[in-house]
Design a protein around this ligand. Structure first.
Ligand SMILES: CC(C)(COP(=O)(O)OP(=O)(O)OC[C@H]1O[C@@H](n2cnc3c(N)ncnc32)[C@H](O)[C@@H]1OP(=O)(O)O)[C@@H](O)C(=O)NCCC(=O)NCCS
Length: 188
């Protein structure tokens, strides 16, 4: 395990855009589904997209992970392209008063560059305003995909604050210390 310094930008959007974006043409058959009580290993598969970006907050054992992601304030939607997961997002609708958080947002590597993130984020914004919050907040840091920050801005989010944070990172050479692997039960 290693620690890395990163700059976190918090952004907010205060109202639902007048129209949501249509799905991109020629990107395959798309279906967006809300997943209730997501199986933990399916979640771990989706979350693995964050590995190159040092996402570690959900690298937890079964009980702790279930407590986080099966909580009533957490809403998860998965976008399927031709039957396979192509992207997903996770909202937290309860923690801050009248504020929804877009906790995780990603498209799967094999589905990128097709306009799916634009469509998916547009749908995440719609879902984020379902409970009538005064704002939908997202955070992105300099370890995330470099397209993420300009993309959120283009989609209507406005920066609220920037802060420096030290976070845990993956060290590819040291699997024994990998915080995501070590949280899983080991084979007998
Ligand atoms: C960032 C991410 C969501 C983009 O997904 P995508 O499916 O490739 O995005 P789209 O094809 O819908 O493109 C969205 C915008 O990002 C831009 N973009 C996407 N990949 C890019 C790249 N490699 N370089 C520059 N811009 C890029 C596109 O040009 C597009 O902008 P436009 O609407 O002006 O054309 C995806 O790479 C991802 O999930 N990354 C890992 C997780 C992450 O960083 N999540 C976001 C932070 S929480």
């Amino acid at each position: 395990m290693t620690t890395i310094k990163t700059q976190v930008t918090q952004l907010v959007i205060h109202s639902l855009p007048a129209a949501s974006l249509p799905p991109p043409e020629n990107a395959g058959e798309l279906v967006l589904l809300r997943v209730k009580q997501i199986p933990l290993n399916f979640y771990r598969y989706l979350y693995s997209v964050g590995r190159p970006h040092h996402w570690t907050s959900r690298c937890l054992g079964d009980k702790e992970l279930a407590r986080e992601i099966h909580a009533p304030n957490v809403r998860l939607q998965v976008l399927y392209r031709d039957g396979a997961p192509a992207g997903w997002f996770e909202l937290d609708v309860g923690r801050a008063p009248r504020q929804t958080r877009l906790v995780h947002f990603a498209t799967m590597p094999e589905s990128r560059g097709k306009g799916l993130a634009r469509y998916l984020l547009s749908q995440a914004i719609v879902a984020g305003f379902e409970d009538g919050p005064s704002g939908l907040v997202v955070e992105t840091n300099t370890l995330d995909h470099p397209a993420a920050l300009p993309f959120y801005r283009k989609m209507g989010f406005r920066p609220l604050s920037v802060r420096e944070v030290t976070t845990i990172g993956f060290q590819e050479t040291d699997a024994e210390q990998d915080p995501c692997t070590t949280s899983l039960p080991r084979p007998a």
